[in-house]
Design a protein around this ligand. Structure first.
Ligand code: TXA
Ligand code: MG
Length: 313
């Protein structure tokens, strides 16, 4: 398949209307989109990414009005979150409408809904004239793409079109918030922080996966965010050194030498840079990546979540 590269949201949207699959930028990471009501197009998304078919997709809307097309009900709590945050790097899990095909939600009766906070993404979504399901536009298991070039690296020849936008602003995927029970649960930490959510609904909690329990968010059990290199987490004491080619990313200048070093001025910049840094390490054949740990609050909670997952593999 020839993958068309375009800077035109209108041209990219035409592929969606014709049943194609299109990578597009959002404020978090690039997504790989398909019309939410087109089962065949959604099947192509799973195939192109080699995504396990038990992992549900998030539906993206260009206008608040479109949420109604996707869900059977919006609770008062969910309404408060929509009013306080949308458009935002926040996905709300709500009961799905019967019109949404089960392939989109991996057979769940719920659907994740979000409205991206990025004008280029919104322009594209409005032009699609339908909600668009989109997982991150990477091969399953690889770091999420924060540039169109990273999408190209993984999916050239496997998808219809890449909408070429700027590198994404945030660099980590959206916060996933389950709003189907009394207590809103953060299933995946992201740029909308637990602290901010609790200001709107104080009962909001972080979901803790219990041993032997089936995760509420199927994505939680899948291998994730991994570069080929081994990832090691450490505090700012850098005693470890080995003969392997190694890289470092963190907030403080390391005292020992690495082959590749990235110092970030803030935790936001660290979050913004991590996935592209992982990809750069793979391109440069780095064998071990040392990542400095940060405090688990604000965006630091989301960053540490991704770092821990990368280190697990
Ligand atoms: O920022 C983002 O969310 C990006 C951009 C493209 O919007 N998308 C993204 O999608 O990260 P994906 O598919 O890579 O991650 C979606 C996560 C998965 O962990 C999935 O299991 C969870 O959201 N999820 C989706 N629908 C769900 C549902 N109905 N119930 C529970 N978890 C759900
Ligand atoms: Mg993903």
């Amino acid at each position: 398949m020839k993958t068309v590269l375009t800077e035109s949201p209108i041209e990219a949207a035409e592929f969606i209307e014709r049943g194609g699959i299109v990578a597009f930028p959002t404020e978090t990471v690039y997504g790989l989109g398909a019309n939410v009501f087109d089962e065949q197009a959604i099947a192509k998304v799973f195939e192109a990414k080699r995504r396990p078919n038990d992992n549900p997709l998030i539906a993206h809307v260009g206008e608040i009005e479109q949420i109604k097309l996707l869900v059977s009900e919006i609770s008062e709590t969910a309404k408060k979150f929509i009013e306080a945050f949308f458009p935002a790097p926040l996905t709300l899990v709500l009961p799905k409408s019967v019109n949404v095909p089960l392939i989109a939600t991996a057979n769940l009766q719920t659907i994740g809904v979000r409205m991206p906070k990025n004008n280029f993404a919104l322009e594209f979504l409005k032009a699609c004239r339908t909600p668009v399901v989109a997982p991150s536009a990477n091969l399953s298991g690889k770091p999420s793409p924060t540039t169109w070039q990273a999408v190209f690296e993984d999916l050239d020849g496997k998808i219809d079109c890449i909408l070429q936008g700027a590198p994404t602003e945030i660099g980590l995927e959206s916060t996933v918030l389950d709003c189907t029970a009394e207590t809103p649960l953060v299933l995946r930490a992201g740029a909308v922080t637990l602290e901010e959510l609790q200001k709107v609904e104080p009962r909001t909690k972080l979901y803790q996966l219990l041993k032997n329990e089936n995760p509420k968010s199927p994505g939680l059990k899948h291998r994730h965010y991994s570069p080929r290199a081994q990832v090691v987490l450490q505090s700012s004491e850098f005693k470890v050194q080995s003969s392997k080619s190694s890289a470092f990313i963190g907030l403080n200048e390391p005292k020992v030498k690495f082959d590749l070093v990235k110092i970030c001025a803030t935790v936001d910049e660290y979050a913004h840079s991590i996935f592209e840094f992982f990809r750069q390490c793979d391109r440069e054949k780095i064998e071990i990546i040392h990542c400095e740990t940060v405090k688990e609050r604000g965006i630091g909670l989301a960053l540490m979540d991704r770092l821990k997952r990368a280190a697990e593999n």
